[in-house]
Write a protein that binds this ligand. Sequence first.
Ligand SMILES: Nc1nc2c(ncn2[C@@H]2O[C@H](COP(=O)(O)OP(=O)(O)OP(=O)(O)O)[C@@H](O)[C@H]2O)c(=O)[nH]1
Ligand SMILES: [Mg+2]
Length: 176
Amino acid sequence: MLDSEKTIKLLFLGPSGAGKTTAIRAISDIPPVSSEVSTMDAASDASVSTTVAFDYSTIQLNPNEILHVYGLPGREHLDFMAAIVGPGALGAVLMLDASSQTLAQDCRTAVEQAARIDPNLRFVIGLSKTDLAPEFSMETMYALARRMSLFVPIFSIDPRDPAQATQLVRALLYLL
Ligand SMILES: Nc1nc2c(ncn2[C@@H]2O[C@H](COP(=O)(O)OP(=O)(O)OP(=O)(O)O)[C@@H](O)[C@H]2O)c(=O)[nH]1
Ligand SMILES: [Mg+2]
């Protein structure tokens, strides 16, 4: 690494299935390092994949600036990974699933996880799966954020779309 090279570490965190791994894949310059295993989704009985350690990838912002992006696993029993992967992060994207029946609790859990990593960690919120929740209104999320005194940028995005996933990272960098 050149002396003049600047590295920035960012995190994706949030509940399982929110689209963290999907977003990182969509924005990556390189094939991401991932730790996916197949498991059964209790609700639908379908085979799904979940992160059991973390995702890692990079994005070259310009010749001297590289983003290191880490995705944490969303499953609760893997919470300990946050203490291993999180330190040193400059900011985070909180990915939340708009179709989840537990959106408010998911949001609280993600905010608390971010605060445990660093009480001053700056973050933006990305809300995925609005296509799967036609009755969902962004006003629900805004009201939730107000109740939690969360004054952060909130975007409805489809993490499968590179342009939309990149928008989250750009917004976060702008904040930093
Ligand atoms: N229809 C739809 N599917 C989505 C959206 N976002 C993510 N998905 C799908 O949801 C599934 C789960 O996404 P992942 O990226 O694996 O979720 P994750 O947050 O990494 O989950 P964990 O690793 O278990 O914490 C994948 O099949 C994605 O394609 C969305 O906005 N709409
Ligand atoms: Mg994942």
